[in-house]
Design a protein around this ligand. Structure first.
Ligand SMILES: Nc1ncnc2c1ncn2[C@@H]1O[C@H](COP(=O)(O)OP(=O)(O)OP(=O)(O)O)[C@@H](O)[C@H]1O
Ligand SMILES: [Mg+2]
Length: 298
């Protein structure tokens, strides 16, 4: 819709009356006022509005009986930020639809593979590496979909009381952990009030990032700490520190330093944790990601 700068006198109205009369939707002529700037010295109102054409704005003036000074069409100059936001919105809508549509056939593939495997143990034994490649591919697609859905924040959360160990075990289940990498689970048993599925996405993303950062050898230490009104789950890894110059960007949408990364992992984690009313803190030496969730400790 074309944008105009519409300058007119106040007529019989006070500026307060005009502001109070601002509508959220376009009027019967298709005119929508987005912003009003009042020039006190000349007693003129400058309105930024969208309208089908100049004639529509003139009709709008007639209705309010205000004298028009000037109507200037404006070309909108889009900043990089606006362009990026528009692109992300389009990608978001498309991805959300696609993600939901891909999940169903993916479940069919997974179930069929499981059936093939248990009905034909010999074939499975003979083709074990092919089966594993297929399982890995399904897992990878599933991981990307979880990231996209986490990023879009479209999943409805279902809060339940769950043992932290259960979520952590499910997060690493099926993950390819190199033999030289040790994952140390929390020493204490605690339960969390959270959405199991999305918290599993958070933990598996953080653990996967740690594995990828460590180049096949090292240690991931997971600790759980109960405080008065929150629970902290920290993931420490012995990999190199996150370089100072990228540390402020790692939660940015699509930021990645990896050839095959989407850069949606951490932004999804942040969205999910914030949906739980919590936050994620990071620090170096040793590299540690801490998920802090508000909880009523029983
Ligand atoms: N534990 C870590 N140690 C060092 N750098 C990390 C760690 N976790 C994340 N990063 C840095 O943060 C960046 C963003 O991480 P994020 O999980 O959002 O995306 P990604 O891992 O690159 O891709 P994806 O998760 O979509 O596969 C990574 O590319 C990496 O540079
Ligand atoms: Mg990642």
């Amino acid at each position: 819709m074309p944008i105009f700068l519409d300058m007119h006198e106040l007529g019989d109205y006070t500026k307060e009356q005009l502001v109070a009369g601002l509508e959220e939707d376009a009027d019967e002529f298709g005119v929508l006022v987005h912003q009003m700037l009042f020039n006190e010295k000349e007693n003129i109102l400058h309105c930024i509005c969208t309208a089908p054409d100049v004639a529509a704005i003139e009709k709008h003036h007639e209705k309010f009986n205000v004298k028009c000074k000037k109507i200037i069409p404006i070309n909108q100059i889009k900043t990089d930020k606006v362009i990026k936001e528009e692109k992300l919105k389009t990608i978001g809508e498309l991805s959300s639809r696609l993600s939901h549509d891909i999940r169903n056939p993916l479940t069919i593939l997974q179930t069929s593979l499981d059936v093939l495997r248990s009905n034909n143990p010999e074939t499975y034994e003979k083709n074990i590496s092919r089966f594993n490649t297929m399982y890995d591919a399904i897992k990878r697609i599933d991981h990307q979909i979880s990231d996209v859905l986490g990023f879009l924040g479209t999943r409805k959360l279902n809060f339940t009381e769950t043992d932290l160990d259960d979520i952590l075990n499910s997060s690493i289940e099926g993950m390819k952990i190199p033999t030289q990498i040790v994952v140390e689970m929390p020493q204490n048993k605690i339960s969390l009030n959270c959405d199991f599925e999305s918290m599993r996405t958070v933990f598996s993303n953080i653990i996967l990032n740690a594995i990828q950062a460590m180049n096949d050898t090292g240690k991931i230490i997971i600790k759980a700490l109960k405080k008065e009104d929150s629970i902290s789950i920290s993931f420490e890894n012995s990999g190199p520190a996150i370089p100072e110059k990228i540390i402020s960007k790692i939660f940015d949408t699509l930021f990645t330093t990896k050839q095959e990364g989407t850069g949606l992992g951490l932004v999804s984690c942040k969205n999910i944790v914030e949906q739980h009313g919590g936050k994620i803190e990071i620090k170096n030496n040793p590299t540690t990601f801490t998920v802090i969730l508000p909880q009523k400790i029983k």
